[in-house]
Design a protein around this ligand. Structure first.
Ligand code: NAD
Length: 452
């Protein structure tokens, strides 16, 4: 039996030791899920809805406990962690509305009746990264369960605790055995088995673009369905006509939230040249003002990075030649801390402008006009999110249509609502999660013609 030590990234203390699931246990779990799928798809829509509502209520009743677990396991600020647990509850409530609304079509045809059904796929494997362990898991399992599938879920090696608790809460809420199983284990073992086991009909993967490509290639061998939510290098575009004070005051939170370990982080700030210097003047106090520290403290705005090796990776982006404009603070003592850092790259090819840092580092560059802003924003293989700051409605819409990204916000940095679609363009992903069509990604459309 292999075990893993779960470490608190804010203190470097071991929180607990957890047993990891191996290949044989993964196969056994997948087979249990396959057997459970037969009964789960037959449950009356209203009963499946009720079970999902009970699951949501169990999450709500344990919200504080789940949030505290995320603070110690992932170093998330307590405010964020409460939002994340609440998001799981809300995704489940939204999913509970699905079974009774999974409507097909009746299509006019000659000589009979033609109707469509949205059939469940069977077993769905959900593979989750460490940066948002709770919400990302729920965006997969909520709609998948609602559409009549059973789910095997693999949390990231570093952050298994909330997922394990959610698995217990599902059982307590009355979900039948085998319908939702959480399998803490290695990507190369448990995750790979989701890809190769023929009974798993779909893999939902959130993580790095590199591993996502391998998953997609592996799934191709069985024409296995796949949803990919991958990396990002999103642009925060600030036009000269924007409310500069607000744009500068909010920019740090658009990138440093969750210590920048956010696929939607606006890690490039594009500022119109005529206001570039003024914007930097306004940005400096905002960055210095970000409260970095103990994530359990209600006032904290940014916690630590997830691990020592991740901090080393983030730090490796700052070379001796990198122009650092200014940095924010970080606490002394143990913990994988890294200060909010603002850099001014010289060349468009600088890796700080093209690669995902996944830490609290933001690159600021100037642009000339609208066309230039769109060109720079699109000059990356990623396309997940972004922000546009302007007081001109026409420009806001033109630039929104021009930027190749799945989730944009104008004069704000919001990306995620459980009832609006979420996902990436280009190498940021494939497919969409959340939103009104979330469940359709977990079904096959079946067409039936009945001769009259
Ligand atoms: P990762 O790709 O290393 O791992 C993600 C998950 O995949 C983990 O559970 C891991 O165990 C598993 N895994 C690793 N190798 C595997 C393999 N060969 N087969 C099957 N599973 C395997 O990513 P990470 O470092 O945990 O997360 C950070 C990345 O996730 C960033 O690039 C970030 O942008 C991305 N991300 C994307 C979104 C989005 O919605 N687009 C959201 C959050 C994070």
């Amino acid at each position: 039996m292999t075990t893993t030590q779960v470490v608190n990234p804010a203190t470097e203390q071991v929180v607990t030791t957890l047993e990891l699931v191996g290949a044989d246990e993964t196969d056994a779990a997948i087979e249990r899920a396959q057997r459970a799928a037969v009964g789960w798809r037959e449950i009356a829509p209203g009963d499946r809805a009720r079970l999902l509502r009970r699951f949501a209520e169990a999450v709500d009743a344990n919200l504080e406990q789940l949030a505290q677990l995320e603070v110690v396991n992932a170093g998330h600020t307590i405010g964020n962690a409460r939002w994340e647990a609440g998001n799981v509850r809300d995704v489940l409530h939204f999913a509970a509305g699905i079974p009774e609304r999974l409507l097909g079509n009746q299509i006019p045809v000659a000589g009979g009746v033609d109707i469509t059904f949205h059939e469940p796929l069977g077993v769905v494997g959900v593979i989750v990264p460490w940066n948002f362990p709770m919400p990302i898991a729920a965006w997969g399992f909520g709609p998948a369960l609602a559409a009549g599938n059973t789910v095997v879920l693999k949390p990231a090696e570093l952050t298994p605790l909330t997922a394990v608790r959610l698995g217990e809460l599902a059982l307590q809420a009355g979900l039948p055995e085998g319908v939702f199983q959480v399998l803490p284990g290695k990507g190369s073992v448990v995750g790979q088995r989701f890809v190769t086991h023929p009974a798993v009909r779909k893999v939902v993967f959130t993580g790095s673009t590199e591993v996502g490509k391998e998953i997609m290639a592996g799934c191709a061998r069985q024409v296995k369905r796949v949803t990919l939510e991958l990396g990002g290098k999103s642009a925060n575009i600030v036009f000269a006509d924007a409310d500069l004070e607000r744009a500068a005051a909010t920019a740090p939170y658009g990138v440093f939230d969750n210590a920048g370990q956010d696929c939607c982080a606006r890690s490039r700030i594009l500022v119109q040249r005529s206001v570039f210097d003024r914007f930097l003047e306004l940005l400096e106090p905002a960055v210095r003002g970000v409260r970095v520290g103990d994530p359990a403290d209600e006032a904290t705005e940014m916690g630590p990075l997830i691990s020592a090796s991740h901090r080393a990776r983030v730090a490796s982006f700052i070379e001796p030649s990198t122009k650092v404009a200014f940095t924010g603070s970080q606490p002394d003592g143990p913990g994988f801390w890294y200060p909010p850092t603002v850099v001014l790259p010289d060349a468009p090819s600088d890796r700080l402008l093209t690669e995902e840092v996944f830490g609290p580092v933001v690159a600021v560059v100037a642009f000339e006009d609208e066309a230039d802003a769109i060109r720079i924003a699109n000059g990356t293989e990623y396309g997940l999110s972004g922000s546009i700051w302007t007081n001109d409605v026409g420009r806001a819409l033109r630039v929104s249509r021009g930027v190749e990204a799945g989730n944009l916000s104008v004069n704000s940095h919001s990306s995620v609502r459980y009832w609006t679609p979420f996902g990436g363009f280009k190498q940021s992903g494939l497919g969409r999660e959340l939103g009104p069509d979330a469940a359709l990604a977990f079904t096959e459309t079946k067409n039936v013609f009945i001769a009259t």
